[in-house]
Design a protein around this ligand. Structure first.
Ligand SMILES: [Zn+2]
Length: 424
């Protein structure tokens, strides 16, 4: 784990063969904060391969010292210019800084499958993969339903992966000059892009014309850096005990309805017994479910606290065995081959890449009173473990027209699982 104080733009081109995380510090507009995603490492660490025990996930990675294989991302103000695509930003809000600037996702791809409305752009993470030549540049884009309270419904949050080799029709193979002109498309590329009718496109405004701009969240840089664990004894002790002392009682009630009462949380065992359950048994059962959730919520908060700064907005770790940290057990999305199927493009398994924490919502200027306000417990994104190459396109970068199925070839859809809001 190493932090490079490199020139921000140059950092995007860093040869990072031996560096698992490279980060251009936010100073001087470090718009090129970069995540270098590692290929799977054959590791003897049992924790890395243990995918069966959800209780062991959050701490198994912190065995030695204060190091951690996780990267964490913070939301920070930044000169908007440095968040444009040629600086390969990780960012929140504003318009997507499309990596492949021509064959952008289609309206069909950018639709909420729950409300059928166009999705809002939430964030993008720049995360090249060294081992895959077509992923010299690589970004993952995350979109959420405009009905933010429903972001956990199936298809209400969607993610797309785009990648390019070092030599490509859109960017020089050396870092862009921060003070240089913004990168423009050539005519053929521009025509192909215009045909896509990108909702976030900057369009010339005719006098008197009504230009409908999509709603955007406030724009920030997502500054990503290696996590440094703050392992004070108290935290460890609390962690072991499940995070709360007997005297203060379990936390969580205050925040809302983690305590489950809906019927679908009454487990199989009881349902089988039907009406043959006493009120006391039911209460006991509810309490045990509730305790499990409260323990998990405590673990969730403690784990974030151990990061030194619990205000981080994303957690990133793209290697085998990394798992999302959910704020509850009973509402945690199932992670399985059913919910995270193999990559349809290459057949490789998908694996966890990053999760977004609810802390990010504080930066989005949403009115939490509205049902449309974005809200979630956590959002986890799973991507093709091989970061497989997009299909070959015509030379020149004008891209292919949207495929027969009406989707962009340059943006592969990946999998998003959303833990519902904690007080839903
Ligand atoms: Zn794939």
């Amino acid at each position: 784990m190493e932090v490079e104080a490199a020139d921000p733009a140059a950092a995007a081109f860093e040869d990072a063969a031996n560096v698992s995380a490279t980060m251009a510090p936010g100073a001087a507009g470090g718009a090129a904060a970069e995540l270098v995603a590692e290929a799977p490492v054959a590791s003897g660490d049992a924790a890395m391969t243990d995918a069966s025990d959800s209780d062991s996930d959050s701490d198994s990675d912190s065995g030695s010292g204060s190091g951690s294989p996780w990267n964490i991302g913070f939301v920070e103000p930044c000169d908007a210019r440095l968040l444009s695509r040629q600086f390969f930003p990780s960012k929140v809000g504003g318009a997507p800084a499309w990596l492949h600037p021509v064959d952008v996702p289609t309206a069909k791809q950018l639709k909420c499958l729950y409300t059928r409305e166009p999705l809002d752009f939430l964030l993008q993470v720049y995360a090249p993969v060294d081992e895959e030549p077509t992923a010299f540049h690589r970004s993952v884009f995350l979109f959420v339903s405009p009905h933010g309270g429903d972001a956990h419904r199936p298809g209400a949050a969607r993610a797309f992966r785009s990648q390019l080799p070092r030599v490509n029709p859109f960017y020089p193979d050396e870092p862009a000059d921060e003070d240089g002109p913004l990168q423009e498309l050539d005519e053929a590329q521009q025509r192909a892009y215009d045909a896509r009718d990108d909702r976030w496109a900057d369009r010339p405004t005719d006098v008197g014309a009504v230009v409908r701009k999509p709603r955007t969240f406030p724009e920030y840089e997502l500054v990503v850096e290696p996590e440094t664990l703050d392992d004070d004894a108290d935290a460890e002790e609390e962690d072991r005990r499940g995070g709360f002392s007997e005297s203060e009682g379990p936390p969580g009630r205050r925040g809302g309805k983690l305590a489950p009462s809906d019927a679908n949380q009454v487990p199989e065992a009881l349902r089988e017994r039907g009406a043959d359950v006493s009120a006391a048994e039911l209460l006991d059962l509810e309490r045990s479910i509730q305790d499990k959730d409260q323990v998990q919520l405590s673990k969730f908060h403690l784990r974030l606290k151990r990061s030194g700064d619990p205000a981080h907005a994303i957690r990133y770790r793209f290697d085998d065995g990394a798992k999302p940290l959910w704020p509850s057990v009973t509402h945690a999305p199932e992670v399985s081959k059913r919910t995270v199927p193999d990559c349809p493009r290459c057949g490789s398994p998908r694996r966890f890449e990053f999760q977004v924490l609810p802390q990010i919502i504080n930066h989005l200027g949403v009115d939490s009173e509205l049902h449309s306000a974005l809200d979630f417990g956590s959002v986890a994104v799973f991507t093709c473990a091989a970061s497989c190459a997009p299909p070959e396109e015509e030379p020149g970068g004008a891209g292919a027209p949207a495929g027969a199925d009406g989707t962009s070839a340059a943006y592969a859809e990946e999998i998003v699982l959303v833990h519902p809001p904690m007080n839903a």
